[in-house]
Design a protein around this ligand. Structure first.
Ligand code: ZN
Length: 325
């Protein structure tokens, strides 16, 4: 070890020790849920999640346990009651260059069901600060906050939330768009057991849609089971190739090395009724509109003999730009 790295390790340890001192300190105290546990919020949650469990409806309804955090959230106007310790810890990390944040995981424990009318209170504590860690994103510290949720002083659940607060790793130099010839290869699709049949179809210039052999429902993207009936068995139908632009976005940022923004990414509704994300070609990015009729074609990208890339794209049908907007 050189003397230089010995010095920087000592500096890091000093920061780590300062951060560790925040373990056990409160992050929020005496929080009060903005609404009591209530039926409308339960109903909206269940509709959004597609959860039809009968336990969450009717006169003896309980709240879905995974709603625990919903009863403690501050909404757009936030909560007061966050402590100085929490802000100090984050300021220390910011000053040390750990200015980025990513949530990594969340863990809940349920001690008893919550029911409409329950009034929730909560406290949060900085439970743990990890040693310095280096990840693909960068180097920093995992901070775990634990929220204890109570009703009438009884602990009803806990919610642990872990984030990585980190100094971003230096990004690779971006190529300028005019360096077309030097542009990176497009990323290759991740082919796995569940979607291999789709990519085999693309190689043969066929766009295959999965069909449940139990209930006949078509689906895309490819999945191991049917969302309608749960059936695991399927066959395929070949798409006719006709479709319309159901929706689209124009990508300006971030400039991925293999792409040349701005470009339009379309959500294409196939004549068969399923939708697929793909490129819309044949018109400039700013001429793509909802409702444009498009036709499937297969386009080869990157002239790479050893690893050819063929993708389905959708060409706007000329003379039929009758889209809305
Ligand atoms: Zn089915």
């Amino acid at each position: 070890m050189t003397s230089e790295s010995a010095v920087s390790t000592a500096v890091v340890d000093e920061l780590g020790a300062r951060l560790k001192a925040y373990e056990g300190r409160p992050a929020a105290v005496a929080g009060i849920g903005k609404d009591p546990v209530n039926e409308p919020m339960i109903r909206h949650w269940c509709e959004a999640m597609g959860d039809t469990n009968p336990a969450y409806a009717g006169p003896d309804a309980i709240a879905p346990p995974t709603m625990l955090q919903a009863w403690t959230m501050g909404g757009l106007s936030g909560h007061s009651g966050r402590t100085g310790a929490h802000d100090e810890l984050f300021d220390l990390l910011d000053e040390a260059g750990c200015t980025s944040v990513v949530a990594t995981d969340c863990e809940q424990e349920y001690l008893r069901p919550l029911r409409p009318g329950d009034e929730v209170t909560f406290d949060a504590v900085i439970e743990a600060v990890s040693d310095r860690k280096t990840t693909k994103l960068g180097t920093g510290y995992f901070v775990t906050t634990r929220m204890d949720v109570r009703v009438d002083q009884d602990l009803v659940g806990t919610h642990r939330f872990r984030i990585l607060k980190y100094a971003p790793a230096r990004q690779k130099q971006k190529r300028k768009p005019e360096e077309e010839g030097a542009r990176a290869r497009r990323p290759r699709p991740v082919v796995n057991r569940d979607n291999a049949g789709f990519w085999e179809g693309v190689e043969r210039h066929q766009l295959l849609i999965q069909r449940c052999t139990n209930c006949g429902t078509l689906r895309h993207p490819w999945l191991p089971g049917c969302n309608t009936c749960g059936g695991p068995d399927w066959d395929t139908v070949e798409a006719s190739g006709d479709g319309t632009v159901y929706s689209y976005v124009v990508m300006h940022h971030p400039p991925f090395p293999a792409f040349n923004p701005p470009y339009a990414v379309g959500l294409i509704e196939l004549a068969e009724g399923v939708r697929i994300v793909s490129n819309v070609v044949g018109v400039p990015y700013d001429k793509v509109r909802v409702g444009l009729p498009v036709r499937l074609e297969f386009r080869r990208y990157d002239d790479d003999e050893d690893d050819p890339l063929v993708l389905p794209v959708f060409r706007v049908q000329e003379g039929r730009e009758g889209g809305v907007g």
